[in-house]
Design a protein around this ligand. Structure first.
Ligand code: SF4
Ligand code: SF4
Length: 187
């Protein structure tokens, strides 16, 4: 605790100001801990779970077959799939929608999908003025695939993050969500 005399002396000799200036001077040469966002962005780690995308095959066709597993596993129940019977009893996915404002970015949908049909991109900067902007339709999700999974990014994504090479993903049994469940048993 400073005495009254000390306080007056510090004021007369501008000691507080000098100490402040010294601190400022020392800090000027330190490495900045803040970023000038949005000009300088934080690098995203590989496997980051950002905005969703619906994957396309090499022919540009949507991979999703409308099985509904992603929707069943989604803890937020924010995936809506509308299908109808097509030729050869294959399902036709009329609508595939994700309400991303309710999503918790757990990645279960990606993990549950036996076909590698849904992915989570590294894109995290999305904002909007109304809820509709965050309602991802099939068209928007397919467009996200074009935007965020071009080149060999898609293959790397599924191989490194979601499909460890030791696992056989030719059938559903290899998927993490089915591990420990014996074949034939319902869930
Ligand atoms: S990341 Fe999780 S919460 Fe979001 S849509 Fe997929 S399963 Fe649902
Ligand atoms: S689990 Fe995969 S194939 Fe099935 S509906 Fe979801 S995204 Fe489509």
């Amino acid at each position: 605790m400073r005495t009254g005399f000390e306080k007056i002396l510090r004021k007369v000799l501008f000691i507080d100001i000098a100490e402040g200036m010294l601190l400022t001077f020392r800090t000027m040469f330190r490495h900045a801990v803040t970023r000038r966002y949005p000009k300088v962005k934080r690098p995203v780690k590989f496997g980051y779970r950002g905005l969703h995308a619906l994957a396309k095959d090499e022919n540009g066709k949507m991979k999703c077959v409308g099985c509904g597993l992603c929707s069943s596993y989604c803890p937020s129940k924010c995936i809506y799939i509308y299908t109808r019977d097509g030729e050869d009893h294959n399902k036709v996915v009329d609508r595939y929608e994700i309400e991303v404002l309710r999503c918790v970015y757990c990645g279960f949908c990606v993990e549950a999908c036996p076909f590698g049909a849904i992915a989570m991109s590294e894109h995290y900067e999305y904002s909007g003025y109304c809820r509709d902007d965050f309602y991802m339709t099939k068209e928007k999700l397919l467009e996200n695939w074009n935007k965020y999974f071009s080149g060999d990014k898609a293959e790397k994504y599924f191989e490194k993050i979601w499909r460890p090479k030791k696992d056989d993903f030719s059938g559903y049994e290899g998927q993490a969500v089915f591990k420990g469940i014996k074949k034939g048993e319902g869930k």
